[in-house]
Design a protein around this ligand. Structure first.
Ligand code: SF4
Length: 213
């Protein structure tokens, strides 16, 4: 029964957001890597503003590896936690130059060896630029998964495992984009738009802002 409900939720969401895609702007794996590190604790919209000029100046891993940290900090300051992010991006790009010939690797194992790259960042890259199936649990995916009882854990890595169990592997990347888009557009954090939500009848969340008819 639970399986039927989950299937129905995922199918309704899929139909609802045919245009689901990453909000972050990027043209290649390196740009997505940098943008995803910058997006921690920051809105994608803010990151897009910062990367508009950043990506014109920094084109290769070498470009990032050679920048002075104080200069880079100022360039990304408005994304918050800029000291840590600057350090991670510069170190990560030095590692790309030293270990991967300046290229972003396409395996979880190799991505994990890079500074500032955790499970979420690695999954974003694997799913969106390397054509693999991966679920990246960001704040939106986490919130929607909980509200719709698709996952229970408070640990994002465990939420990823829970979602991987209920979503067929060939749909991981797409389903993750669809769930995230639902979180951004409808099941928003503060006041979800439940009266226009396509899965409202299947939702038992205490955060609901309307009563099912
Ligand atoms: S009914 Fe409301 S809380 Fe439930 S999934 Fe839809 S928008 Fe989110």
């Amino acid at each position: 029964m639970a399986e039927e409900r989950e299937k129905k939720i995922l199918s309704l969401l899929e139909k609802s957001y045919p245009d689901a895609a990453l909000v972050l702007h990027y043209k290649n794996p390196l740009e997505l890597l940098v943008a995803t590190i910058l997006a921690a604790q920051c809105t994608d919209e803010r990151v897009n503003k910062v990367t508009e000029s950043l990506f014109k100046k920094y084109k290769t891993a070498k470009d990032y590896a050679n920048v002075k940290q104080e200069v880079f900090e100022e360039e990304i300051r408005s994304t918050g936690f800029y000291k840590n992010k600057a350090k991670n991006i510069i170190t990560c790009n030095k590692e790309l130059v030293e270990k991967f010939d300046g290229n972003v690797p396409d395996s979880m194992e190799d991505l994990f060896t890079l500074a500032g790259v955790g499970r979420k960042t690695a999954s974003v890259l694997l799913g969106n630029v390397f054509g693999k199936q991966a679920i990246a649990v960001d704040t939106h995916v986490f919130r929607v998964s909980h509200r719709l009882e698709l996952a229970k854990s408070n640990d994002p890595d465990k939420v990823e495992s829970e979602l991987c169990r209920i979503i067929p592997q060939e749909k991981w990347t797409r389903a993750c984009l669809v769930i995230g888009t639902h979180g951004r557009r409808t099941c928003i954090a503060r006041k979800p738009l439940c009266d226009v939500c396509v899965v409202e009848k299947l939702c038992n969340s205490p955060d609901k802002t309307c009563v099912s008819k």
